[in-house]
Design a protein around this ligand. Structure first.
Ligand SMILES: Cc1cc2nc3c(=O)[nH]c(=O)nc-3n(C[C@H](O)[C@H](O)[C@H](O)COP(=O)(O)OP(=O)(O)OC[C@H]3O[C@@H](n4cnc5c(N)ncnc54)[C@H](O)[C@@H]3O)c2cc1C
Length: 444
């Protein structure tokens, strides 16, 4: 059986490894237009902020690793079109070569594209995105340039917040813009997002929330020098656009059914509306266990899981995905936030009738020297009382607790089941009256 995988980043890599490691009889061909694969974008801000020693280790595999397992891999090669009826993929190499590859099963792992705001001045020099390794390198080059003093980051999602912190760590004047009233508005309720807003301000980032960027302004040489918003004009020698991503469905838009946010609609086996075509990662829809409906969540974690599911199904082992909760975390200027499922705001936007319970306490008993406050919110459906979301904030690492809530959402557990859950106590870790217990007990 010939399997072609279009896109050799996190999703494509997971599918390819699943096939190569478990189904030796399958011929795997991978095609990617980029020159590198497996770049961990989460490391860009860590490198720009010089919190790690090198960017080299942000890649976890390479072309040779796949060739060693028997795959054929064409890098710097674009798939220019697909003949779905004839089962043929048309390719064009950066070296000018043009060739076709035929498939029995096709896996689309074409990922996502950064949203490019169509604003006046969008073609000026010094306006960057932060998706590819090359873009991260370009932002780092500019941050390293002493003549670049002011940086405007547009979009205060996790990518914008992280790069704002990184640029500040390098001594720049940083302004962070978002049309939403807080940072991280898609993942956290204002009570949690405000903690991050305060932390950013304390760290020296000038936050402009509730402010829409309307234009980029340039100098005579065609380089960006300012951004204009609904409230004023601000200097900017470098602009980083981080306003989100859209699924890259260029190759299959005409042939395949599209779902949430225009991504390829897939079933629980990652199969599209064409039985011989699978879609995985950022180009595909995903099942939300909190919403109990199809959604779109662009995360590397989902890319890997969906790649594994597609790999087994294509290889011949029927395997259903179990859906996701959109679990995520962020750590900026020492403040850690993590969440899973829906915030109250997100649940209400989706038309759900939810309640929530809040609790705040020290992580460890008061007699412990190393200590910090933990703030928790559990969101649950009013009628069924099933847990649909949780948020945690602390300067300590409390992130492992969020995985329990992820499982609770996946399994449809009610908040009442958490009230007397067996949670251990040891002063080194927590309090006898654990904050999860206390928060659940607080639910009306
Ligand atoms: C700065 C940043 C930080 C992030 N941090 C995190 C994090 O901390 N945690 C997390 O879970 N996620 C994080 N993400 C999100 C994560 O990177 C994406 O969800 C993930 O890359 C999706 O993987 P993918 O393989 O589906 O798609 P992509 O990574 O978008 O890869 C798609 C691949 O397809 C190739 N391709 C597309 N079209 C064609 C074509 N026509 N021909 C040939 N090749 C093609 C592209 O070259 C690309 O290599 C971050 C993203 C960014 C940008």
């Amino acid at each position: 059986m010939n399997v072609v995988i279009v896109g050799a980043n996190h999703a494509g890599i997971a599918a390819a490894n699943t096939l190569l490691d478990n189904y030796p009889e399958v011929n795997v061909t991978m095609v990617d237009r980029n020159s590198n694969l497996s770049y961990l974008g989460c490391g860009t801000a860590l490198w720009v902020g010089r919190q790690i020693d090198s960017y080299q280790k942000l890649f976890y595999t390479n072309k040779e690793a796949f060739e060693a397992k028997g795959a054929t891999i064409h890098m710097e090669t674009s798939v220019t079109g697909i003949d779905f009826a004839g089962h043929v993929v048309h390719c064009a190499g950066a070296d000018g070569s043009v060739f076709d590859v035929s498939y029995d099963k096709l896996i689309l792992a074409t990922g996502s594209l950064p949203i490019s705001p169509k604003l006046p001045g969008a073609d000026l020099e010094g306006i960057s995105f932060l998706k590819l390794f090359q873009e991260g390198q370009e932002v780092d080059r500019q941050v390293s340039d002493e003549s670049v003093r002011s940086i405007a980051v547009i979009g205060a999602g996790y990518i914008g917040v992280e790069i704002a912190e990184a640029a500040k760590r390098r001594g720049k004047e940083v302004r962070l813009f978002d049309i939403a009233p807080t940072s991280l508005a898609s993942y956290y309720d204002p009570e949690f997002a405000h903690l991050m807003d305060e932390r950013l301000a304390e760290g020296g980032v000038e936050c402009h929330f509730g402010e829409a960027v309307t234009a980029y302004e340039g100098d005579e040489a065609g380089h960006v020098r300012a951004v204009t918003t609904s409230s004023g004009s601000y200097p900017a020698d470098l602009v980083v656009n981080a306003i989100g991503f859209v699924p890259n469905v260029e190759l299959g838009r005409e042939h395949l059914e599209l779902g949430a946010k225009g991504a390829y609609r897939v079933d629980s086996h990652q199969r599209t509306s064409d039985p011989d075509v699978y879609a995985i990662g950022d180009c595909a829809t995903i099942w939300s266990n909190a919403l109990r409906e199809e959604t779109y969540i662009a995360l590397a974690t989902n890319a890997v899981r969906t790649g594994i599911v597609a790999g087994h199904n294509v290889g011949g082992t029927p395997l259903e995905g179990i859906g996701v909760q959109g679990s995520n975390a962020i750590s900026v200027f020492g403040l850690n936030l993590c969440s899973t499922g829906l915030s109250v705001a997100a649940a209400e936007r989706a038309g759900m009738d939810v309640a929530f319970s809040d609790f705040a306490d020290l992580q460890r008993p008061g007699f412990m020297r190393e200590n910090a406050e933990v703030k928790i919110r559990i969101v649950y459906e009013k009628d069924s009382r099933r847990v649909v979301g949780a948020q945690l904030a602390s300067t300590m690492d409390v992130s492992m607790a969020i995985h329990m809530f992820s499982l609770a959402i996946e399994e449809g557990v009610s908040i009442d089941r958490l009230k007397l859950l067996d949670i251990f106590f040891l002063p080194h870790f927590n309090q006898p009256y654990n904050y999860i217990t206390m928060c659940a007990l607080g639910a009306k």
